[in-house]
Design a protein around this ligand. Structure first.
Ligand SMILES: [Ca+2]
Ligand SMILES: [Ca+2]
Ligand SMILES: [Ca+2]
Ligand SMILES: [Ca+2]
Length: 550
């Protein structure tokens, strides 16, 4: 690859098939031939391929013989690399630059660094607010929430012990243990959802007992079993008839709390789903807050995806359910299948939704769905009827996140990231699906969550996959801040939680590292009495909201 911009944009000099040498310019799906030549390939020997790029001329050599001399102005500079198009063996690779090109590159790098630094100056800097020692319980999982009905957020540690699920709640300010309970009645439960399903205020433990073929709920308040039912029998697409669905669970999360009824305090319904080892789902079952089975839904229109998403599309106070390329209502009725989705599984790639931003994406608050649809790319869907408003074949789009990445534009913007063939390529689109930005900070990331760092309405993209990508990125593809500071015994790039847990509504970044939680916040306070951006986070979307800073 020559003059490489990203994994979908470069010149490509290669052998193709068994009898052709070719030089391409590639931009996304368009491969234009700059030069080609029929030429037999002897697969029992090495060839020495060489290309020289000078200004707009590309000269290509095979074993020292000049084969192409092409003129093309589309990519005036870029990186070099190796990409294969079949099984092959490489002996060695050498990349050199002229002194002049090297100097131009260094000067370009300096200019970018200066521009990024200047762009970062408007943002608050990061300071360490608090260090919380969790070593007595380490290793454990860490999150924030209200597990015991305290009425405010606490730091919650969870562990699976031989005696049952153990939940420890710590006060964020004082680091003191508020509660430490092991739920003996939850012993043996797998795939747990920790959620206040019965509405008592404390989070319950709902999980699957595969040995006993049961779905069971343990009350977070009393520690006792409050519901215990047989697992459903399989749906039409997975397993034998009358087999337990316990043998056919989805490889990712199985239990999904949501709000399907108007008269409950919160999300007091539970969806349970089957699936396979590849992240595809086929049927799901709805249970109420006492684990009474309500109905089953089957993916007759298009297979279901890696996760499930919820949003009240028609405003009746009940969630609609997006398990894949279909929308269902709370009564188990299918509302639509996405236009063309019956052919998705023939498109290559996974054939299911990998991620979806589902919510008020439009500038007028209208509900849309931004779909990371694997090989078919990105779809923007009208949540009312499943119509495809836009599609971009951006490669294998795996991750997507909607947030207010451009506060100067109405609605939410979506960053999405690729895997499989174009690992790390990120694209951003507007609320109408208009392309706005493209970058490839590393070849690992599939994107990340929005960060409300400044509080003025603009959100940043947080990447955390490599040193090259680590930090907060703005919509102009500039890394404007690396949230590291004195007091952190590492340079970032750790397990993190992005969530407001201290002070004003802006997000903190919490690093979880070897038995300690480090909470990093802004170095300057937000002006009291001013409106401060206060988004609500759901899966893959940061929903806009404002409050008054205290
Ligand atoms: Ca409860
Ligand atoms: Ca609804
Ligand atoms: Ca916007
Ligand atoms: Ca905060």
């Amino acid at each position: 690859m020559l003059r490489y911009q990203d994994l979908r944009q470069y010149y490509f000099f290669d052998f193709e098939g068994f009898g052709r040498l070719v030089l391409y310019h590639r931009k996304d799906e368009a491969w234009s031939v700059l030069a080609d030549q029929p030429r037999g390939v002897d697969r029992s020997r090495y060839y020495r391929l060489r290309a020289v790029c000078e200004c707009s001329w590309i000269r290509c050599f095979v074993d020292g013989e000049l084969v192409f001399s092409a003129f093309d102005e589309r990519l005036p500079s870029g990186r070099s690399g190796v990409r294969t198009n079949t099984r092959c063996r490489l002996h060695s690779v050498t990349i050199t630059a002229s002194t002049k090109a090297r100097a131009a590159f260094a000067s370009h790098q300096d200019a970018s660094t200066r521009e990024w630094t200047a762009a970062g100056e408007q943002y608050p800097q990061a300071v360490l607010w608090k260090r919380i020692d969790i070593s007595p319980w380490w290793p454990c999982s860490v999150r924030y929430g209200d597990a015991r009905g305290a009425g405010h957020k606490e730091l919650i540690l969870e562990k699976d012990t031989g005696e049952g699920h153990r939940i420890i709640c710590l006060d964020i300010n004082t680091s003191q243990v508020q509660s430490d309970r092991t739920y003996g009645a939850a012993r043996g439960l797998t795939r747990p959802a920790i959620h206040d399903l019965d509405g008592c205020g404390a989070e319950d433990i709902i999980g699957v007992d595969l040995a006993q073929d049961r779905l069971r709920m343990v009350s977070g308040r009393t520690g006792e079993i409050t519901a215990d039912v047989e697992l459903p029998r399989t749906g039409p697409y997975r397993g034998w008839r009358n087999d337990t669905v316990g043998n056919w669970l989805h490889s990712l999360r199985v239990l999904w709390p949501c709000k399907l009824r108007v008269d409950t305090k919160g999300a007091q319904d539970l969806l349970f789903r089957d699936g396979d080892g590849a992240g595809t789902g086929y049927s799901f079952w709805s249970f109420d807050d006492k684990l009474n089975l309500q109905w089953r839904a089957d993916a007759h229109g298009a297979w279901h995806g890696m996760y499930m998403w919820f949003c009240d599309v028609d405003g009746d106070g009940r969630d609609e359910i997006l398990p894949g390329y279909e929308l269902w209502d709370g009564d188990g009725k299918r509302l639509w299948t996405m236009e063309g989705a019956e052919y998705i599984e023939d498109s290559g790639g996974a054939g299911h939704i990998d991620h979806a931003a589902f919510g008020p994406i439009s500038g007028d608050g209208g509900i849309k769905i931004g779909i990371a649809g694997s090989d078919p790319g990105f779809f923007l869907i009208d949540a009312q009827d499943g119509a495809v408003l836009r599609q971009h074949r951006y490669g294998h789009v795996q991750g997507i996140y909607a947030g207010n990445f451009r506060s100067d534009l109405p609605g939410l913007e979506m960053w999405m990231g690729d895997r499989w063939g174009t690992y790390g390529l990120l694209n951003m689109v507007s609320d109408t699906g208009e392309p706005l930005g493209r970058m490839e900070p590393d070849n690992v990331s599939q994107g990340g969550p929005a960060v409300n760092w400044s509080g003025d309405g603009e959100e940043l993209l947080f990447l955390n996959t490599s040193e090259a990508a680590f930090g907060f990125w703005d919509a102009a593809c500039r890394r404007v801040l690396q949230p590291i500071c004195d007091g952190l015994p590492f340079g970032g790039l750790r397990n993190t939680i992005i969530e407001d847990v201290y002070g004003d509504a802006r997000d903190e970044i919490s690093y979880i590292h070897e038995g300690t939680v480090y909470i990093v916040t802004q170095d300057t306070p937000y002006p009291t009495g001013e409106n401060i951006y206060t988004p609500t986070r759901r899966m893959d979307i940061s929903i806009p909201g404002w409050s008054v800073a205290e």
